[in-house]
Design a protein around this ligand. Structure first.
Ligand code: ATP
Ligand code: MG
Length: 140
């Protein structure tokens, strides 16, 4: 699939890193096909990260993701999911490759600047979580 979902997380929005991160994504060859500021509430954050509901970090993760606005992005690139995971780097910035988004802008494993879908199936679900088919019209 040529589309994936990214989220610029509350830490990076608050830290005024949006411009730099979008520039890096465009420089890496991604086209921004849809973008939306969203303030998630607790049930929405819980639903988005439902796969982690049994993990010890689920509650802090929901608190973090509802702590301020986020920027949801539909990004287009050949092999988009794999490409974007590579560009954002490992979950923990201490383990992220130099030059990746998280190596540069994440504060910690919890406050790690950006989310990216981890499979084509997840990307489809996550894109439809934030965007209507009409909003994705014209995207791949
Ligand atoms: P994301 O899904 O946000 O793109 P990811 O796929 O790299 O990140 P996941 O394992 O899906 O990582 O975890 C989702 C999010 O939960 C992480 O981005 C991070 O904010 C938080 N998280 C993951 N593991 C931990 C942990 N061990 N301790 C605290 N927070 C964690
Ligand atoms: Mg994940």
């Amino acid at each position: 699939m040529d589309l994936t979902l990214a989220i610029i997380k509350p830490d990076a929005v608050e830290g005024r890193k949006i411009g730099r991160i979008l520039a890096q994504l465009e420089d890496a060859g991604f086209s921004i096909r849809a973008a939306k500021f969203v303030q998630l509430d607790e049930p929405q954050a819980g639903a988005f990260y439902a796969v982690h509901s049994e993990r010890p970090f689920y509650e802090p993760l929901k608190r973090f993701m509802t702590s301020g606005p986020i920027l949801a992005l539909a990004l287009e690139h050949e092999d988009a999911v794999t490409r974007l995971r590579k560009v954002i780097g490992a979950t923990d910035p201490a383990e992220a490759e130099p030059g990746t988004v998280r190596a540069q802008y994440a504060e910690s494993k919890e406050r790690n600047a950006i989310h990216a879908s981890d499979s084509d199936e997840t990307a489809r679900q996550e894109l439809s979580f934030f965007f209507s088919s009409r909003e994705l019209m014209g995207a791949a």
